[in-house]
Write a protein that binds this ligand. Structure first.
Ligand SMILES: Nc1nc2c(ncn2[C@@H]2O[C@H](COP(=O)(O)OP(=O)(O)O[C@H]3O[C@H](CO)[C@@H](O)[C@H](O)[C@@H]3O)[C@@H](O)[C@H]2O)c(=O)[nH]1
Ligand SMILES: [Mg+2]
Length: 194
């Protein structure tokens, strides 16, 4: 961390009930030469990884659907969200994490994945950096039903749909998760499914 326009960073813990929420105060040097004191609440849940699974021959993608409370509280009628498979890194590297999460959530055991982007999820609020992957799947890679971990009370529906249908859902507002939008757009731009 080197930025000469920032000094006196102080953190106060507001909650570490599950993940960590801090109040961070700091002095910021404005373009007019004045130092101003600023405050931000910053939520730290570590980093994450997500993946778009695709099959060129079948022209299909694998997505998941699960209940997301924060969206239920903000305009998502039944709280169900169609997403890419994704998870938090824990202590894994991003590649190992996404291979593990893919198997837990979708039931597909991947050997290879391709990293395509790295980006901050919500930079005004969260520290989280997301690692974005794509990966090819075949029916032979299905080793279990997926659905998430019972131990974490996950209830995940695995959805295999034609890529063209997923693109329609992107355009008609059925897909409203930004991570999923990013990777479907990547697939369109790079013609993953020609
Ligand atoms: N009790 C409790 N459990 C929690 C809480 N937050 C998360 N969990 C548990 O932690 C699990 C996290 O599952 P993952 O699959 O590792 O993470 P994710 O929620 O899918 O996260 C992915 O999507 C997020 C976007 O909403 C991303 O922020 C994240 O990086 C990742 O890509 C959840 O199933 C749930 O059991 C909480 O506040 N309380
Ligand atoms: Mg997940």
């Amino acid at each position: 961390m080197i930025n000469k326009k920032i000094r006196n960073i102080e953190k106060t813990l507001l909650s570490d009930n599950y993940y960590v929420l801090n109040r961070v105060t700091f002095d910021y040097l404005m373009p007019n030469g004045c130092w101003v004191n600023q405050m931000r609440e910053v939520y730290d849940r570590g980093d994450g990884a997500g993946i778009l699974l695709y099959n060129k021959e079948k022209r299909t993608v694998i997505l998941i659907k699960q209940f997301r409370m924060p969206t239920y509280l903000n305009d998502n009628e039944d709280g169900a969200l169609i997403e890419i498979a994704a998870g938090m890194l824990d202590k894994d590297n991003p590649e190992a994490c996404i291979i593990r999460e893919t198997e837990e959530e979708t039931g597909f055991r991947l050997k290879e994945v391709k990293k395509v982007y790295e980006g901050y999820s919500s930079p005004g609020v969260m520290t989280e950096k997301m690692h974005f992957f794509v990966g090819e799947y075949t029916d032979a890679m299905k080793v279990n039903q997926g659905g998430g971990l019972d131990s974490e009370a996950e209830d995940i529906e695995v959805i295999e749909i034609p890529f063209d249908r997923a693109v329609n859902m992107l355009h008609n507002g059925e897909i409203i998760d930004t991570r999923t939008i990013v990777l479907l757009q990547y697939a369109i731009i790079h013609k993953l499914i020609a």
